[in-house]
Unconditional design. Sequence first.
Length: 118
Amino acid sequence: QVHVEESGGGLVQAGGSLRLSCTASGRTFNLHAMAWFRQVPGQERESVASISWHGGHTNYADFAKGRFTISRDTPQNTVHLQMNSLKPEDTAVYYCAAASGTWANSFWGQGTQVTVSS
């Protein structure tokens, strides 16, 4: 079992920045990748960014390219999501997920609220 915990959400004005962090603990020896998703009430959860654990390869949703940066600290089993130039439409609950072996065996955090005011 892998426990995933997010931190760093909050309220920020449009144009501002936030840094989210996510730490995986427990049986982390087989981490494959970690990723950030977000969800607005009434809408489907969408992918934001992901990073492979061993190669550090990253993928971003189109809306995140150029504004968000995902990074990892492998000794600490932590990923960060640096979000710049935030827009009101970025308001959502942001979830972190960790894949153990494959994404078919993933573990999720409880989510952290990000609110961007106009």
